[in-house]
Design a protein around this ligand. Structure first.
Ligand SMILES: [Zn+2]
Length: 845
């Protein structure tokens, strides 16, 4: 778990915060690898043993005060007596010193699985700490792509089979106007086809489970890898010129969710703890192993849910969730046809159409125009977004994560499809160039990274502070304040919380009692049986209290856990307690600012504003923020020498006197030019690229977001010698440095650029052993998504993939009045002028 505060020293009260002009927030990566907090052995302490404050429910921690008859809560000051059963372990000083939860600020403990009302399991195992499961992965493949697409998907699925453990269960489903279920049990793969029904209560003519039980579709990876590969070879590419209306993605997704729900014996959309559904009337207890000793599919689905890898080759245009639709039909009379309401999840209104001109993204419009040229009048239906929001809610309730991989040069309708990934804890990746797509690498990375499932994240603060708003891929709890549900997240996933004071007094004068912040993250994880690999690396075993693996402690009869490569499901709790230091002057705040964390907050606020009031207005709000901040900063300067600026040119917008603040103007400017407020720079596929960038940015941690917003530009005097590690993104920087070779890192893209003036003797492309190549490989290996790599030689190739990232240059093609289009220098001058006017209005100069 990692916490970054925008102000590493917090303001003493709201007035000082306002005076600084900076956001006051914390940015959290709950599942970040934490080498200093290994899992504590359940025999030492379980989650239920950790004492809690009777008033604020904070967990006891090393910062609490321990007295003769009780302990004082460091967050709220409440005195908790040792007489209370749960506090007895802290009563005696010698024992207290050995209590693991009091030794570190960050602790991780295991939860009993029966804590969550699974009485049958409790009866069998008595306080089970883990259950054997077989991770379930379903590939849902668009059958409407060409040969190149199919090759890419074959590579991706081969990578998936490599990434999954041998005991994992894998199933292949393809879709078009029907759903095809691939049965690989026999020597020759067999296919069951089920027609999709665009209208009516169910997405398919018969339930998929009736056509082929899920247990027959799912095959263990280790034993059937060759047969699954043989099935992939049988997939046939779609013929060019395929008619419209042949991509029933939404219907297929809905059918698959029902398929999983029925097989797990689960009730979709039932209220539950967040990570697993309530077992319904399944014939046997889900934790009971199947006859062959392996974990049953029902148990695996019930505990660990499932993962759906959806491969999309174009915009959905058939049935439910179609983004492109045929023109509206006359409304049927009230008495005709089956009811359109589907109880599984709220369906879209099939009669909601948006005129083509109103559809977002020029790519979508262009694609639809092409289709219109084929003689039909198809329209873009943005109502489809509501369908995918509903599908994501149903998936999250079932514990199903949906990763969407869209590889297509044309429009994919990702604006509508995106909620399916973000709402279910999955990822959305977009590949506009099939020949460059690193799809197999990305699938491998997604599947091999450990993930926290069904997370509950709670931020507790001392009484003078509270959370005002939450940002990132989470959902607020309806009942409990400050509690958020995280469907799934990985080590990189980042959330942000705006903080505010509960009263005007703020922290007051209590110099000896600092305020505290406590994050608690409860989540589920699937880890190799009998090992600690998984969420946390094995520790050095310091003090003998660490180590995972509650062997012999698992639920009775789950011998599957002992199978080689077997996986177990555990529930864990991470607690981090942070003492906050208080700043009492605005200068103190300025020196303790974390510009990267401020950027995360600015990006979240800008994205939310763009959604609520439109991109243009959101851009104006961002610029206004920078103006007010610049005025506040210059006001703080005035106090020292008591003379304010006498002209706009004297306003210091670059914050020359405060190093921590210096990146802010440039980052705010880069946000104005970013896909949060429109298209990604030079995006070839219009709206889809911007949607994919926004999806990615919504969960990026501070350092990574900075790279994506303001790419890093390094120069090389030859492929083996770096000249300078960081340049500003302007032509002036290129000219001044005069280096022949450049490497630009825009997080999801890497560009190698040889200047036209580069000596002819420099090898192009850079040799595999060169320092430049090694730098590229290191970057590609460290990212959650594989950056696309462009290698360009000025004078031979079009330099646009490089020059479009020179963000500080004026954008001559932008419409008049576009914010930031005049370039960075003009932008700074404008901010300077507005800040000066504001300071004069306020009487600050
Ligand atoms: Zn308390």
């Amino acid at each position: 778990m990692a916490v970054h505060l925008t102000l590493k020293k917090i303001p003493v009260n709201g007035a000082l915060k306002d005076e600084s002009g900076l956001p006051f927030a914390c940015v959290v990566q709950p599942f970040a690898k934490a080498e200093d907090a290994p899992l504590i052995k359940p025999s030492a302490v379980r989650a239920r043993d950790v004492g809690r404050c009777r008033h604020c429910f904070a967990y006891v921690n090393k910062y609490c005060s321990f007295q003769t008859t009780g302990w004082g809560c460091c967050l709220c000051g409440t005195y908790n007596e040792y007489r209370c059963l749960s506090n007895r372990r802290y009563a005696r000083p010698p024992l207290r010193q050995a209590v693991p939860e009091l030794r570190r600020a960050l602790v991780e403990v295991q939860c009993d699985l029966d804590d969550e009302a699974d009485s049958a399991l409790q009866a069998e195992g008595g306080g089970a700490m883990e259950v054997a499961v077989a991770p379930v992965t379903l590939a849902l493949v668009d059958a409407g792509g060409g040969e190149e697409w199919l090759e890419l998907v074959r590579g991706a699925l081969a990578a998936a089979l490599e990434a999954l453990p041998p005991t994992a269960l894998f199933g292949l489903v393809t879709f078009g106007t029907q759903v095809e279920l691939w049965d690989v049990r026999g020597p020759v793969p067999a296919v069951r086809c089920v027609a999709l029904t665009p209208d009516g209560a169910a997405p398919t003519a018969v339930d998929l489970g009736d056509a082929l039980p899920l247990s027959a579709l799912l095959a263990p990876v280790g034993a059937t890898k060759e047969r699954i590969a043989a099935a992939l070879d049988l997939l046939e590419p779609a013929q060019p010129g395929q008619p419209l209306g042949s991509r029933g993605f939404g219907s297929a997704m809905q059918a698959v969710l029902r398929y999983i729900s029925a097989a797990g014996g689960m009730l979709p959309l039932e209220a539950h703890g967040g990570d697993r559904s309530t077992p319904a009337s399944s014939p046997a207890h889900p934790a009971a192993p199947a006859a062959d000793g392996l974990p049953s599919i029902a148990a695996s689905l019930c505990y660990a849910g499932a993962r759906v890898l959806a491969f999309l080759a174009g915009a959905p245009d058939n049935g439910r969730g179609a983004v492109l639709r045929a023109p509206p039909r006359p409304l049927p009379s009230a008495s005709s046809g089956p009811p359109l309401f589907d109880p599984t999840f709220p369906d879209v209104n099939p009669y909601a159409f948006v005129p083509l001109a109103a559809a977002s993204g020029r790519g979508a419009a262009a694609g639809a125009d092409e289709r219109a040229g084929e003689g039909s009048q198809w329209e873009v239906d943005l109502g489809a977004r509501a369908f995918y929001e509903g599908a994501a809610a149903a998936a999250a309730a079932l514990g199903v994560r949906v990763d969407v991989f869209a590889a297509c040069a044309g429009p994919c309708g990702l604006e509508a499809v995106e909620p399916l990934a973000s709402g279910s804890g999955g990822a959305l990746l977009h590949y506009p160039h099939l020949e460059q797509a690193a799809l197999p690498q990305d699938v491998y990375r997604r599947l091999s990274a450990s993930a926290a499932l069904g997370g509950l994240l709670r931020v507790r603060l001392s009484p003078e502070l509270r959370v005002a708003r939450a940002y990132g891929p989470l959902a607020a709890d309806e009942r409990y304040e400050d509690l958020a549900h995280v469907a799934a997240c990985d080590a990189h996933t980042c959330f942000a919380f705006d903080l505010e004071f509960t009263s005007t007094v703020g922290c007051g004068d209590k110099a000896d009692v600092p305020p505290f912040l406590q994050m608690a993250f409860q989540y589920s994880v699937v880890v190799p049986a009998g090992s600690v690999a998984g969420a946390i690396e094995a520790s050095t075993g310091a003090e003998g209290e660490v180590r995972s693996s509650a062997n012999g402690n698992s639920a009775g009869g789950n011998s599957g856990a002992g199978v080689a490569g077997g996986r177990v499901f555990q529930r864990r709790l991470r607690i981090l307690t942070v003492p906050l230091t208080v700043a009492r002057s605005v200068r103190d705040l300025y020196t303790s600012t974390d510009a990267d964390a401020v950027l995360v907050m600015l990006a979240h606020k800008t994205a939310r504003a763009a959604q609520e009031v439109g991109a243009r207005e959101a851009g104006a709000l961002l610029q206004d923020w920078l103006v007010l901040f610049a005025a506040a900063y210059n006001r703080s300067l005035r106090r020292d020498d008591d003379a304010g600026p006498t002209a706009a040119s004297q306003v210091d917008v670059a914050c020359e006197g405060a190093e921590a603040l210096q990146p802010l103007a440039r980052l705010a400017y880069a946000l104005l030019c970013s896909p949060l407020l429109g298209e990604a720079p030079g995006a070839p596929a219009g709206g889809d690229a911007a949607v994919a960038a926004r999806h990615l940015w919504a969960a990026l941690p501070p350092g990574e977001l900075r790279r994506a917003v303001y790419p890093a530009l390094a120069s090389y005097s030859d492929p083996d010698t770096q000249a300078c590690a960081l340049h500003s993104l302007s032509r002036a920087a290129l000219t001044t440095a005069g280096a022949p070779v450049w490497l630009l890192d825009a997080f999801s893209q890497l560009v190698v650029y040889y200047a036209p003036t580069a000596p002819a003797g420099l090898p192009f492309p850079p040799p595999p052993s060169s320092a430049l190549r090694r730098a590229i490989n290191a970057i590609r290996a460290s990212r959650r998504i594989t950056p696309a790599l462009h290698m360009l030689r000025g004078g031979h190739h079009d330099a646009e993939p490089f020059s479009r990232w020179l963000l500080e240059e004026p954008d001559t093609e932008a419409p008049a009045g576009t914010l930031g289009a005049g370039g960075f220098v003009a932008f700074l001058a404008q901010v300077q002028g507005e800040a000066y006017d504001y300071m004069r209005e306020q009487g600050w100069c």
